[in-house]
Design a protein around this ligand. Sequence first.
Ligand code: GAF
Length: 375
Amino acid sequence: MSFEDVFGVAPEGSWRAPGRVNLIGEHTDYNDGLVLPIALPNRIQVTASARADGRIAVASSGHSGVVEFAIDELEPGSVGDWAAYPAGAAWVLRESGYAIGGANLLIDSDLPSGAGLSSSAALLCATSVALLGLLDLEVDPAEVARLAQKAENRYVGAPVGLMDQMASMCCTAGHALYFDIRAMSTDQIPFDPAADGLALLVVDVKAPHRHVDGEYAARRTSCEEAAALLGVPALRSIAFEDLGDALDRLPDDVARRRVRHVVTEIRRVEEAVELMRSGRLRAVGPLFTASHASLRDDFEITVPELDVAVDTALEAGALGARMTGGGFGGCIIALTEADAARAVLSAIEKAFADHGFRAPSSLAADPSAGASRVD
Ligand code: GAF
């Protein structure tokens, strides 16, 4: 589907924003914590031309038809389904005082959706940079990320944290993004497994998403309620050394397990970054595995496909493995010796066939750059 065929005019440019996998630091972002994502080579691309009538027309290679709306009339929920994301991006830019104009937008993607690779954030970020790019407006990438999160929270209605949008906007090639949400500070950590004779496998377990939105919101609410009970603004304020005391002050076992996950996971991110900075990438493997156990047992967001993939990867010799992303489906990552990657993947494929699960698929995990204009 060419831009001219759909809109009858030539495009003025294309902008792209990648998906991500998080190396470690899961469900910590909305607790003011620490995360460590890499951007994937897979991305969402928005090709665009300006319109003079204040309307946005959006088409997608993954969906039929053109959805059209007036920027001035956008209100949360006014556009639904997949077009809610580009509409949300336009709404938040308008609300934030950016004088965006009308546009024709054609969306194209090689980023699997529903695989926990952050296609929603990528679509919001790609649309935002396209709408701003048509006006030649330079906006700080972290600010675009914050606006994209606001659109997802307020326009789409998903109570997500800020990790995915920051990964999509601020990652750089060859690095993981160490993002401290409380400080709103970032550091680029060199990440090149191949240089150490290692590989990072990303495996989509193809599990049907089960109650993802409701369960995500429930986890967030549990964390916020626990923080209120402990008298802190967010669980980040509970130091690892004070975890035992904090757990003693909580009224029930579920709250204790949720808090234990968040506090220990933040600690694991610090440890992983320390190891990566000192060139000891192999030693990060056990932290991945501990993170998965915490997400499975304390945060309770894994599903059988994720657990089987992780257990099988470890049995087949992976140095560490964990689910990545929001949970309840999506992907696992496994750190392996480079020459063991194929065997680990084959073992997961065989285990899935034995369990009667859908066949998994794997993706390249080259740490890639954040959103940009496509030359
Ligand atoms: C999803 C959310 F969008 C992120 O903000 C983050 O909370 C993640 O789940 C879990 O770490 O991707």
